[in-house]
Design a protein around this ligand. Sequence first.
Ligand code: ATR
Length: 286
Amino acid sequence: MSDIFDFDKPELYAVMGNPINHSKSPQIHKAFALQTGQKLEYTAIHVDAGGFAQAVSHFQAHGGKGLNVTVPFKLDAWKLSDSLTERARKAGAVNTLILDKDGSIKGDNTDGIGLVNDIIEHLGWSIAQKRILILGAGGASRGVIGPILDHRPKSITIANRTAAKASELAVFFNEHKTTQTQEINGGGYNALEGQQFDLIINATAASLHGEVPPLPDNIVNSDTCCYDMMYAAQPTAFMQWASRHNVNNISDGLGMLVGQAAESFNIWRGVKPDIKPVINAIRDSM
Ligand code: ATR
């Protein structure tokens, strides 16, 4: 009987994180729902440290169908998942949970595909056959390397303040790469001296502190593309570094944020929203 009465009730989704106040996910998913005519509710839920599993279980018990997961719970979500997609397994982190009626939890990661789609489809830059430099060797970096490799770059270099972490990531992805011809290297920033790159992706947390990793000046030319996974109303410190080095193609990560949300929406609802109008609307509201 309750199914009949609940038939018209919007299905429940949410993003969980800490802090969560400034999350743009509710605004993004409401815009997608409006655009695609989908009936759903999407809220932001603050979760205390150590309370993630309980919060998910509570949400699921109240009919929740899906969750986005943000800092600092992406690893907790990975551990909590009963099953993982291949890309989530490689990423070592989960940003999308699918909550099944039978109580099971499936974990996916749409961050990498969100980044790759923004770079290729929205910005019109290419990855195939390009020399890619990824700055940082934390969770954000690991989450995007698999989807970048799927687009067959010529090489991927991972540079990190703690060089050993970059080397470890390179070893992991060398074992999981799609073709043997791809070169994946990892090390410190000083090892970049004398090299040039076609695309640099900043996956460090340095922009949060208004800092730029110590990059040699000569690693870019005017055709290099520079992408910061962070976004802000003003250009980030890395974007300013790129401008000072006469780079013409520079972007922040707002398109990645909207893109990962669009992939999650598609997983839950089976409809892929158009991200461009939503990127523009969020940009205007910043
Ligand atoms: P996330 O999940 O966002 O990747 P993380 O796992 O804490 O977060 O990783 C943060 C990344 O930013 C790391 O690569 C870190 O370098 P270290 O591994 O050497 O700590 C990098 N990072 C943070 N602040 C930085 C700064 N000011 N300059 C350069 N790199 C920085």
